[in-house]
Design a protein around this ligand. Structure first.
Ligand code: HPA
Ligand SMILES: [Zn+2]
Length: 349
């Protein structure tokens, strides 16, 4: 942490946390689909959903682990049919992100969730990408897309998805790996990640959310990822912690997700502070904000209140988010200057 950072009055910490410019690097766009939009799209597309109304659906959001969430998350995504649906979903998230002073976002999307229902990859990518372009122009938020392979499906299926997406290569910056972790280790996707690497795509993967530190090691050594999504189980392995710190491999941590999926018993028990204090490039993100009870600032404010993070941690988390992002160095520099300006305003007053 920067030793020269001036302190900020403790009673202004929540305000500082909200005001800091930041990047969001772990957010599944299908996980931003609010119940109200699910019902509106179901009506627009004449899709049946097995819930009577918005409130009944929201009440079903009581999860015990990752799989119990994924079952509902995939059901919710079934209302997405047209390019405009994908645009509307992404636009709603991007406006919400802007309100939280997210200035840059790298959004995950799950094409296989849609192609399995007969929706072409082109429809998905075109709708999401149009929203990203509009966000840059109209909201001042830079936004890009990361295509995720579903790890409960086969590597062959991932290869077929990649082939279908490649004509739209200019509209996504990288690939990731998500869905059910335990029993589906990174090694299962070694060949498709090697191919994506040859294609010059950025590489990330979920690892160490519920799965063991061994999955983080193989995400690094076999898939050769540039960042690890979640990665919170890494704290069980001191040698892994040392590797992550030395190589400055970012972790995209999602505290409210970890709370809702019972990865930690309560937010006060979350290990984000120890990850930061060990020198890891940890970041805070919302994962699936419509399902886990909060967008970016809600994740930040609740985590700060519960774990005793201070203003310097806030600066570090925002700086980490820019360091960990895939934006070009001059733009990173510009965001860092904005961060320092906002921080200085709070430190002075
Ligand atoms: O947190 C997650 N983990 C794995 N897969 C996911 N797909 C959406 N959110 C998640
Ligand atoms: Zn995730």
């Amino acid at each position: 942490m920067s030793p020269s950072l001036p302190p900020v009055a403790a009673d202004r910490l929540p305000e500082l946390v909200r005001a800091l410019p930041k990047a969001e690097l772990h957010m599944h766009i299908e996980g931003s689909l609010e119940p109200e939009l699910i019902f509106a799209l179901a009506q627009r597309n004449k899709v049946e959903i097995p819930y009577a109304d918005v409130e009944t659906l929201r009440h079903a959001y009581a999860f015990t682990n990752l799989q119990s969430f994924l079952d509902i998350y995939y059901a919710g995504a079934s209302v997405l049919i047209t390019e405009q649906d994908f645009y509307d979903m992404a636009w709603a998230y991007l406006k919400r992100a802007q309100a939280d002073n997210v200035v840059h976002t790298e959004m995950f999307f799950d094409p296989q969730t849609h192609t399995a229902r007969g929706v072409p990859v082109k429809t998905v990518i075109d709708g999401l990408h149009r929203a990203c372009v509009d966000a840059g122009r109209q909201l001042g938020v830079s936004a890009s897309l990361i295509l995720c392979f579903l790890r409960h499906l086969s590597e062959e299926d991932a290869f077929a998805t990649l082939e279908e997406a490649l004509p739209h290569r200019d509209k996504f910056i990288g690939v990731g790996l998500d869905s059910s972790e335990v029993g589906h280790p990174p090694e299962k996707f070694a060949r498709v990640f090697a191919r994506c690497r040859e294609l010059g795509l950025h590489l990330v993967a979920h690892a160490g959310e519920e799965g063991p530190p061994a999955y983080v090691w193989s995400a690094l050594d076999v898939l050769k990822v540039e960042r690890v999504d979640h990665g919170v189980q890494s704290s069980k392995d001191p040698a892994l912690m040392q590797r992550l710190a030395e190589e400055r491999i970012p972790l995209t941590v999602c505290p409210l997700s970890n709370l809702k999926l019972c990865v930690f018993p309560d937010l006060a028990a979350h290990n984000i502070k120890s990850l930061l204090d060990a020198g890891l490039v940890a970041t805070i993100n919302s994962d699936d904000p419509a399902y886990f009870g909060g967008y970016m600032n809600e994740n930040w404010v609740q985590t700060f209140a519960a774990t005793g993070l201070d203003a310097r941690h806030a600066w570090q988390l925002a700086a980490n988010s820019f360091e960990a992002s895939f934006i070009e160095p001059p733009q990173k520099q510009a965001y860092m200057e904005r961060l320092n300006e906002v921080y200085a305003r709070f430190a002075a007053g």
